[in-house]
Design a protein around this ligand. Structure first.
Ligand code: DGY
Length: 421
């Protein structure tokens, strides 16, 4: 283990700790983000397990009455970020939030943390069980329609993969003509070439304005809204999280929910089939309005291993993509297919590598009998941080950092996964 890198990683978490919750990075993201916090808990757990519990507890403080856990919590208004609480108008007055959710990695992380924790932390993690269960129920109530059986996102930000080319076609029909004038703040903190475009932002804001006008009525938004895409990453992550929730429930003696959770697993497995694109030979997202697959091979396609759903034939087709992509880039795994015309090695989710996705990929590969892939991902991830620092994301061709610096979840991945001997 490299002690200097370990120390720097801990220092980043301490600096970004705003008192029980951690911001992803100063300036660019000055609030608490949902899946960032959960991954960050894995990093804290390596040196302060009660602080790790606090990170997830503060996230669930903002859980809505209907069970949704929002994607951003606005504990104060910070002019550095747009769109802030006044634009969203969601959550309650005491704890304003955004009006959408993010990938539900909590059950998986809590299950892992519980295994390695002492009794006090175990008790605090167990107390989160009913809240996580309510969040999973929320997904099944609003976002996993019978017949589709995969998770529908209603805003690209819900996927966390904001500007993936997977959203280009489904976003094309979003009406941006009446978007209120706004000023982007992200460009004060990051290079424009590494961020979503103006057209992307117009669409993001149009969807926020739509949700606000709908008073964040998720039944309406998920059945009538302008963006309803069955997302491969959300589906695979929720499927894995449900398996982990079942395992956690067993360990802590929560009987009585197994049948319900097994039913969710079966439904999401059917959803994975809905997302299989036979032509492209990959799992990918699918617009539920048009029925069209994106046809894209992304790092999220490979989360099928983490979710434990790919058949032997599907694995063979994905192996061909792995061989093609890994021969093309120096570092794995790019967020988008380098052979696709929309690939952009520096622009956010259109090419750069994200350490938290690599973490889930490596876990899935190791579990499903692909140890060489898991090792390649881990070696590349280690080298990227050791050579280029704790960046938000990394260029798969040169390894250069992109986006924000001193990034909390990148530091957490070093502590929890990459720095281990
Ligand atoms: C942003 O503001 O760029 C975020 O990714 C939204 O979640």
């Amino acid at each position: 283990m490299d002690k200097n890198i370990d120390n720097s990683a801990r220092e980043i978490l301490r600096t970004n700790d705003k008192g029980g919750f951690t911001v992803p990075t100063g300036g660019l993201y000055p609030y608490q983000w949902n899946w960032d916090s959960v991954f960050v808990a894995l990093g804290f757990a390596t040196f302060d397990e009660l602080r790790a519990c606090a990170e997830i507890e503060t996230l669930f403080e903002a859980q809505w009455e209907d069970g949704m856990v929002p994607h951003i919590i606005f504990r104060r208004d910070d002019p550095d970020y747009f769109p802030g609480p006044r634009v969203w108008q969601a959550g309650d007055a005491a704890l304003p939030t955004s009006g959408i959710t993010q990938p539900p990695v909590a059950a998986s992380v809590i299950n892992d943390l519980w295994e390695q924790s002492g009794s006090e932390a175990k008790g605090r993690l167990e107390a989160l069980f009913p809240k996580v269960l309510e969040w999973h129920r929320w997904f099944h109530r609003y976002r996993v329609p019978a017949g589709i059986d995969a998770v529908i996102i209603t805003h690209p930000w819900e996927s966390g993969r904001d500007n993936s080319p997977e959203w280009d076609a489904p976003s094309a029909s979003i009406d941006v003509s009446s978007v209120e004038p706004y000023e982007r703040r992200d460009l004060q903190h990051a290079d424009a070439g590494m961020r979503p475009t103006k057209l992307d932002y117009d669409r993001y804001i149009a969807l926020v304005e739509y949700g606000r006008k709908a008073r964040w009525d998720h039944e309406k938004i998920a059945t009538e809204g302008p963006f309803r895409v069955a997302d491969v990453s959300m589906t695979m992550i929720l499927l894995r999280a449900t398996r982990d929730l079942i395992s956690f429930a067993e360990k802590i003696g929560e009987s009585g929910v197994q049948d319900e959770l097994e039913g969710y697993v079966q439904q999401l497995e059917r959803g994975a089939s809905y997302l299989w694109d036979e032509n492209a030979g990959t799992f990918c997202s699918r617009d539920t309005i048009t029925g069209e697959h994106s046809g894209s091979v992304t790092n999220a396609s490979f989360l099928c291993f983490y979710a434990g759903v790919a058949t032997v034939e599907q694995q063979e087709r994905l192996a061909a993509h792995w061989d093609r992509i890994s021969a093309k880039v120096r570092y794995m795994m790019p967020s988008h297919d380098p052979d696709d015309s929309t690939f952009d090695a520096k622009r956010y989710w259109r090419g750069p590598i994200w350490q938290v996705v690599n973490y889930m990929l490596a876990k899935g590969f190791a579990e499903c009998g692909y140890p060489a892939w898991a090792e390649r991902i881990r070696d590349d991830s280690r080298e990227l941080i050791a050579e280029h620092g704790f960046n938000e994301a990394f260029c798969p061709v040169t390894g250069e950092g992109s986006g924000g610096r001193d990034f909390s979840w990148t530091a957490a991945m070093w502590l929890a996964w990459l720095g281990e001997d």
